[in-house]
Ligand binder design. Structure first.
Ligand code: NAD
Length: 363
């Protein structure tokens, strides 16, 4: 079992990564002296595929324990669902000495995390991410929240878990498109690391899709370590944490224009390809580097819909991005291995060029 530490001023916590380590959860709860009154908040699909594993681990548990199942899908990140969780906690008499254990993808983690952040002014939280995206991204860093009036993550809080347990075996039941969803974040992290990680992912990505545990564990460990290091230096996104937005200005616009009918990771990969073209167009990287960097994201099959939204509609969303000031679009771009440029401004012509080239190259 590997361990990464997220080092924060008041609320540092460990991330454990390994195959089959769900069986160590009870021991870890004891070791870290966490509250014994447990409320599991579990994704519906995870319950369907992994209920035995969860029940076995807590079979003879002596403390208070109940389980709330969250319906799969983004719709569950809602005020209605949050209300149901508060009612459930109250009905079962959970007090301040309780612990929420979120077992699921980013939807379950964000929702359960916000419930933990707000119920009785905050109760303890543990994340057990079960999608690749949640393992490398959403379970680390303390962002929690729900959607409101069709706007994503409108209401939320920064709230750190007490620990994160990543059992890579959960991935065995994950559909292929969900692997791609997480792969977007893994690929993004390769540009933040040295060439070694990029090369490893480029050479082994096909194995990850074939559920090779060793390869997946390595991807997850490296990407989670990058996110943990960034969050440790900038907990509340005051500066450095913006590097995690690489490819995301484009991605957010693709997703919004396609009414979230494509997977987040698919949008991120298209966003990374566009950001690489823009990096080259603005002189940050050479044509030779561009070809090298593109060789990884181009290995992933992307849906043809990404080519559909009209350029003007894409610009509309990019201009409304909360990161932008005074009508200028700001991008996070690549300048070399591990060299990321924040707040890069580019003119409309260069941005259109980058998107058009992305659309041509993805085939
Ligand atoms: N908090 C953050 O920092 C952060 C970062 C990125 C994304 N997010 C949020 O994360 C959400 C997306 O998360 P996601 O991609 O994990 O989606 P998700 O939680 O909707 O899970 C995707 C699908 O996989 C299923 N699933 C989960 N685990 C499974 C398993 N082991 N086997 C089979 N099926 C399984 C779910 O039922 C669901 O159908 C979005 O709401 C996004 O806003 C949050």
């Amino acid at each position: 079992m590997k361990k990464i530490d997220v080092k924060l001023t008041d609320s540092s916590y460990p991330i454990f990564i390994g195959s089959g380590i769900f069986a160590k959860l009870r021991g870890l709860l004891e070791k870290y002296e966490l509250n014994k009154n447990i409320m599991f908040i579990v994704d519906e699909k995870v319950m369907e595929f992994h209920n035995k594993k969860i029940l076995n681990e807590f079979y003879s548990y002596k403390g208070k324990m109940s389980c709330y199942v969250v319906k799969q899908g983004e719709k569950s990140k809602s005020y209605t669902e949050l209300n149901k969780i508060y009612s459930f906690l109250l009905e079962k008499n959970y007090g301040r000495d309780s612990l929420i254990i979120a077992i699921g993808g980013g939807v379950t983690g964000d929702l359960a995390g916000f419930a933990a952040a707000t119920y009785m002014r905050g109760i303890q939280l543990v994340h057990v991410p079960t999608t690749l995206l949640a393992m490398v991204d959403s379970s680390i860093g303390g962002k929690t929240g729900i959607n409101f009036e069709a706007k994503k993550n409108m209401v939320g809080a920064f709230y750190q878990p007490k620990l994160v347990l990543i059992d890579t075996d959960f991935i065995e039941t994950l559909p292929e498109r969900e692997i791609t969803s997480g792969m977007g974040e893994v690929i993004k992290c390769t540009y933040m690391a040295d060439r070694k990680f990029f090369k490893y992912v480029q050479e082994n990505i096909e194995k990850a899709y074939k559920n090779d545990g060793k390869v997946l564990s390595w991807f997850i460990y490296e990407a989670a370590a990058i996110k943990a290091a960034v969050v440790s230096q900038d907990e509340k996104e005051a500066g450095l944490r913006k590097i995690l937005n690489l490819g995301h200005t484009f991605a957010h616009s693709f997703e919004t224009n396609l009414k979230f009918k494509i997977k987040h990771g698919e949008a991120v990969i298209a966003g990374l390809i566009s950001a690489l073209y823009l990096s080259q167009k603005t002189g940050l990287i050479s044509e030779k580097d561009l070809d090298y960097y593109l060789s990884l994201p181009l290995k992933v099959k992307l849906p043809a819909q990404i080519k559909k939204p009209p350029m003007e509609d894409l610009f509309k969303v990019m201009l409304h991005d909360k990161k932008n000031r005074e009508g200028k679009i700001k991008f996070v771009l690549v300048a070399g291995p591990g060299k990321i440029v924040l707040d890069a401004e580019a003119d409309k012509k260069a941005v259109s060029y980058a998107i058009s080239r992305m659309r041509q190259t993805i085939g």
